[in-house]
Design a protein around this ligand. Sequence first.
Ligand code: NDP
Length: 250
Amino acid sequence: MMLSGKHAIVTGGGTGIGLAIARALVSEGAQVTITGRRMEVLEQVAEPGMFPMVMDVTDESQIVGVTAEAVAARGPIQICVANAGIAEGKKLHKTSSEFWRKIMSTNLDGCFYTVRESLKSMMTTDWGRVIAVSSIAGVRGSAGAGAYAASKHGVIGMIRSFAEDFLGEPYTFNSICPGYVDTPIVTRNTDSISQRAGVSEQEARDMMINLNRHKRLITPEEIGAAALWLCNPLSESTNGTEVLIGGGQV
Ligand code: NDP
């Protein structure tokens, strides 16, 4: 088992992409702390090898406390997957500062705190992987979702820079950038995209599907497989970069 004895943390690990990544890591023997705001959701999906903990990524003190507890229980975190995020969109003239802060504090600040706190224990070990879940919206503009795209561009810049900070050390830092993946976020967004674009929900879903050259939504398991690859010893030269999984969209 490639990850036997390794402790991983996956934020937003109770649903969608995070859960698929947690399952992939467990399948290779990792012990995975899965976090989110709802214990009932985490407990429902947790399988052997997964350890649910409530942690709101907008609250720095919770991240500090929960990470320390997880490390005390399962040892240093050697795989950190900063995945928790929200995807809501508004056009520029409708973007209030409160809305902007909500997106940034979850997607960007949350990623920063998560990676920083995990790194403290990772640095006591001789191997580590940091994976942030950004988005295709992190490498190009996204109509009606400027705050979301800015937060995901920020994740990429931050992760590239952290990789520079630790060049030559046995830790890698990469972002995964998915296109539309079949998860609760997309289900929720279909409604808001249809309203913004003035089309039916079915047409909004078709728009997402048609952006993918395979004419389908991406599966969460495809993202889990990419995360697992980034934990493979043979991925060490993949550092400070992005893995784009957009179905040929970019
Ligand atoms: P989900 O809605 O299933 O996952 C989002 C997860 O983040 C949930 O588990 C949620 O748990 C958690 N979360 C949200 N806010 C917070 C918070 N404040 N504190 C702690 N946890 C939080 O959707 P996805 O799996 O699709 O999304 C996962 C990531 O993938 C996100 O960062 C998203 O931006 C990114 N992404 C998704 C794409 C897609 O098409 N699905 C495309 C590109 C990127 P809870 O609500 O219980 O706290």
